[in-house]
Design a protein around this ligand. Structure first.
Ligand code: ADP
Length: 482
């Protein structure tokens, strides 16, 4: 099969979250199965820094807008692990400080930026080769599906080419003012509530859900949740309508990157059979965060996350006064919403012996936390898939999670302690606190704790199973459109 991926992130070039890991990991697994995979992402300033002078594959593709045409180059990002990378180069759109916006808000021309990106991918394939299937990700690439069935409707080369949309986070939909229809030269008769319009806005994700041949999301539970008012973010009706074409496929972990036996970023290597290295990693982590004199009996709780309400930071802030009374230290890494950056920094300043926070995006520190912590905290309000809890299991770091989406699918708490972690339901900070207390209670029983660590380490969340589920979805949509 010939598959073209279009996405706004791909590790290691451009990453703010799990999307980047999936767009990096899944194509490699597909390539291993013998499929041809090409991945397109924007040529952001950060990508240009890493790949400053790439060979130009297409000197100019034309993207018409209402005001004038724009022109993008397609450059060659190289072929690694059997996957061909291409970057869409449009300096006026992507040579900017960050991917989506500044702390004060999204870039005002994001509809044009990702509209251009989506059309450039379609145009590029007309020269570089039409794939058997497009696999597009989140709202930033969802317009590929919309364009294929509107602007490119009469193009015979795409008539039998299906598109699959994967939703990594339904909370971000790409909504823009109605005039976006004109700017992107989309016909006004698509601005209706059964197509692109949603509460008087153009909604890219909704368009993707309606016009894609199949929709997948990153856990089975989240596929169910999306169809409910609680988690559907207003699109639950559309998800229910597409229920027969909606699939939940759990994200796989890339164990060449996240594996304590070979991880180059951690102080010592270890496995379930030889856990001594984890102690060394714990010492290294405590040192990196400036904690002193922490006894072996004190639990080290780690957090690696975007600082956002989605991730349950309001719960964490709410329980902080009770948490610092416990025999634990909390090491947090993250950045994002200014409100939480400030709140958590203030809390750390008040309790320097118990709570430390590093406000930044730092892959090395993320690895150190996974390896050096005893527990990993992830009390998300919603969590489509979640990767960090899966990485934590591999590192023998016991997850404490809220039972939602991929967290609910992967973390299992049993009354007799035979699960792989701790979880709570409901939207109540005190339920998080009691889950942490349960974890701390088990932590005091070294035998039980070590058994739980080892159970998690033995679990396999690699791509090998999920990749086959994606292949089945591709085969299905190709057949339906042939
Ligand atoms: P989301 O995609 O919603 O942010 P996931 O758990 O699916 O959440 O994926 C998060 C990914 O981003 C993980 O690989 C995690 O290690 C990484 N990550 C998140 N925040 C940071 C940070 N501040 N520094 C380094 N890595 C981070």
């Amino acid at each position: 099969m010939d598959i073209v991926f279009a996405a706004s992130e791909c590790a290691p070039w451009a990453k703010t979250g799990g999307l980047a890991d999936v767009v990096s990991g899944l194509p490699r697994e597909l390539a291993k199965l013998g499929h041809k995979v090409r991945v397109f992402i924007p040529y952001y300033r950060q990508v240009a820094k890493a790949v400053p002078d790439p060979p130009v594959v297409l000197k100019s593709v034309t993207i018409p807008f209402s005001y004038y045409n724009r022109f993008a180059r397609i450059v060659d990002g190289g072929n690694a692990h059997g996957v061909q990378m291409y970057f869409v180069d449009s300096p006026e759109m992507f040579d900017r400080e960050s991917f989506y916006g500044t702390p004060s808000g999204d870039y005002p021309d994001n509809a044009e930026r990702f509209g251009l990106f989506s059309r450039a991918v379609i145009e590029a394939t007309k020269v570089l080769g039409i794939p058997d299937v497009f696999h597009v990700h989140d709202w930033q690439a969802a317009m590929v599906s919309v364009y294929l069935r509107s602007t490119y409707y009469f193009d015979p080369v795409f008539r039998h080419v299906p598109a699959v949309l994967t939703i990594h986070n339904g909370g971000y939909q790409g909504t823009f003012p109605p005039r976006t229809m004109e700017t992107l030269l989309l016909p006004w008769d698509m601005f209706t509530m059964d197509k692109l319009e949603h509460y008087d806005k153009v909604n890219f994700l909704k368009g993707g859900v309606i016009y894609s041949d199949a929709i997948t999301t990153v856990s089975r539970k989240y596929a169910e949740e999306l169809q409910t008012p609680e988690y559907g973010n207003g699109l639950e009706g559309i998800f229910r309508r597409r229920n027969g074409d909606l699939f939940g496929i759990l994200n796989g972990a890339d164990y060449t990157e996240w594996n304590p036996a070979i991880d180059p970023y951690i102080a010592a290597h270890y496995t379930a059979d030889k856990l001594a290295g984890k102690k060394e990693c714990r010492r290294d982590l405590l040192h990196a965060f400036g904690f002193n004199g922490v006894s072996d009996e004190t639990a080290v709780i780690g957090v690696v996350s975007r600082f956002a309400t989605q991730k349950g930071f309001d719960f964490i802030v709410e329980i902080m006064d009770r948490l610092v009374q416990q025999d634990m230290v909390l090491a947090m890494l993250g950045n994002g919403e200014e409100y939480y950056e400030r709140q958590l920094t203030e809390i750390a300043a008040r309790h320097p012996a118990k709570v430390r926070v590093q406000v930044k995006f730092d892959n090395v520190v993320a690895h150190k936390i996974e390896a050096g912590s005893d527990m990993f905290l992830m009390p998300s309000r919603y969590e489509p898939g979640g990767l960090n809890q899966i990485y934590s299991l591999k590192y023998g770091t016991v997850p404490i999670v809220r039972a939602t989406g991929g967290l609910d699918d992967t973390i299992d708490e049993q009354p007799d302690g035979s699960g792989n972690g701790f979880k709570f339901r409901g939207y109540d900070a005190s339920l998080l606190m009691t889950a942490i207390e349960r974890a701390l209670g088990t932590f005091r029983n070294k035998k039980e704790w070590t058994a739980m660590m080892k159970r998690g380490m033995a679990q396999d969340f690699s791509w090998s199973k999920s990749v086959r589920e994606y292949v089945r979805v591709y085969e299905r949509v190709i057949q339906n459109r042939s």
